[in-house]
Design a protein around this ligand. Structure first.
Ligand SMILES: [Zn+2]
Length: 230
């Protein structure tokens, strides 16, 4: 592991009386559990490490161990915890990182996308948190080698994805003819929602459609990784 890294805190757990274990996503070191000693003490200097979504630079005690020597706060993204929509959409992104972060091999691409998504969710005043979160998860999937295609059936290239069917093995979308028996049907309106998100037409999407989009992505993650997003 690199001794100095920029990390985003994904989740924390108590460790003994005064410590916390942090699950972090690092620009260089990827997904890791780090031990932050003494941060539960009343006047701890590194208390900020105890909160999710915090973006900071950490220095480790040794390259072999995972104990934090010191840390510098870069951005706390404190708006995220002030709104339930922001918080839940940021958690949705975090869950995707916990699953996809194992294979961030392209020079920290996933890290940069995640940071960008948190910045947008933190600062967004227009209520587009979920649009940003769904957009991030789509891009993250694509960057991890699982690009979702919403224009046509991936098997035959036929345009008819109304309705579409989810391929349980690959998480891809198929037309009625190519889908196997018992495949889960995806509403045409959900496919349309993803197309809108991909072209940034955020205004045009109802809360109900966003809910369907989230559930669909959850199914995709269960299909491909056998793990839930929500
Ligand atoms: Zn087909």
């Amino acid at each position: 592991m690199e001794l100095i890294d920029k990390v985003i805190i994904l989740k924390t757990a108590d460790h003994k009386e005064k410590n916390k274990t942090l699950t972090v996503f690092g620009l260089k070191n990827g997904l890791n559990n780090l031990l932050a000693r003494g941060i539960k003490e009343k006047n701890a200097k590194l208390k900020f490490l105890g909160l999710p979504f915090v973006f900071c630079e950490v220095e480790l005690l040794s390259a072999g161990g995972a104990v934090i020597k010191t840390a510098t706060l870069i951005e706390s993204f404190s708006n995220i915890s002030k709104s339930i929509e922001k918080y839940e959409s940021a958690c949705f992104c975090t869950q995707a990182i916990l699953i996809l972060g194992q294979k961030d091999e392209e020079g920290g691409l996933l890290f940069k996308l995640f940071l960008e998504a948190l910045m947008k969710i933190n600062s967004d005043e227009d209520g587009f948190e979920w649009q940003h979160a769904v957009s991030f998860v789509l891009t993250a999937l694509s960057g991890s080698g699982y690009k979702m295609i919403f224009e046509a059936c991936v098997a035959c290239g036929d345009g008819a994805l109304s309705p579409a069917f989810l391929n349980f093995v690959s998480g891809e979308l198929l037309c009625r003819n190519c889908a196997s028996n018992g495949a889960t049907q995806v509403k045409a309106s959900t496919v349309e929602t993803f197309k809108k998100i991909e072209r940034g037409a955020f205004n045009d999407i109802s809360a109900e459609s966003l809910g369907s989009a989230r559930k669909f992505l959850n199914q995709v993650f269960i299909s491909i990784f056998d793990r839930k997003l929500i």
